[in-house]
Design a protein around this ligand. Structure first.
Ligand code: CA
Ligand code: CA
Length: 175
């Protein structure tokens, strides 16, 4: 499945979001595959219309994590979130992503390799977002990100997601 072939679902959601008076409380798109980019839109609609429900099908694997997280306001502008979404959407394993960026095979990704590789993969990070991402991941401060550092960042990211999802589940039990 190519997630980029389903812009219709996103367009529909944007229409609902754009119409503040829309009485629509349920949107059934259970036959339409959607991509990660709809998640912040759904979260945004939910903030204004608490009862809004959206059904969808064939969604990429990380979608559930994001959905269970939306109320905890995951920051979709976080560089690590943007990066992870794109890696997942393109069906890359972390090691594939790493190898693709480490052009000179040095075992670590330099800032230049990041700039080039992210452009190649169409990951829309700004220069300052990229610098923040590298600074966050580069724990030994050698200016580059090796595979171990990437794994650590990924593990921490997953842990944060799980914690937030658990908090959401708890809140739902309480209410
Ligand atoms: Ca390298
Ligand atoms: Ca490093």
């Amino acid at each position: 499945m190519n997630p980029f072939t389903s812009p219709g679902g996103l367009a529909l959601l944007l229409a609902v979001k754009g119409n503040a008076n829309s009485a629509m409380e349920t949107l059934n798109m259970s036959t339409i595959p959607l991509l990660d980019s709809v998640v912040p839109v759904i979260a945004d609609i939910r903030r204004h219309k608490g009862r809004f429900k959206c059904m969808f099908g064939g969604v990429i694997t990380t979608f559930k994590e994001y959905v269970s997280d939306y109320r905890n306001e995951i920051d979709f502008r976080e560089p690590i979130t943007i990066l992870k979404q794109h890696i997942t959407q393109q069906g890359l394993r972390l090691i594939d992503f790493f190898k693709q960026l480490d052009k000179d095979g040095s075992g670590s990704i330099s800032r230049d390799e990041f700039v080039f590789g992210l452009k190649e993969l169409n990951v829309p990070l700004t220069t300052s977002q990229l610098d923040r991402l590298i600074a966050d991941m580069d724990t030994n401060c050698d200016g580059e990100v090796d595979y171990g550092e990437l794994i650590v960042a990924d593990t921490e990211y997953r842990r944060t997601l799980r914690k937030k999802a658990a908090a959401v589940a708890e809140a739902e039990v309480d209410s």
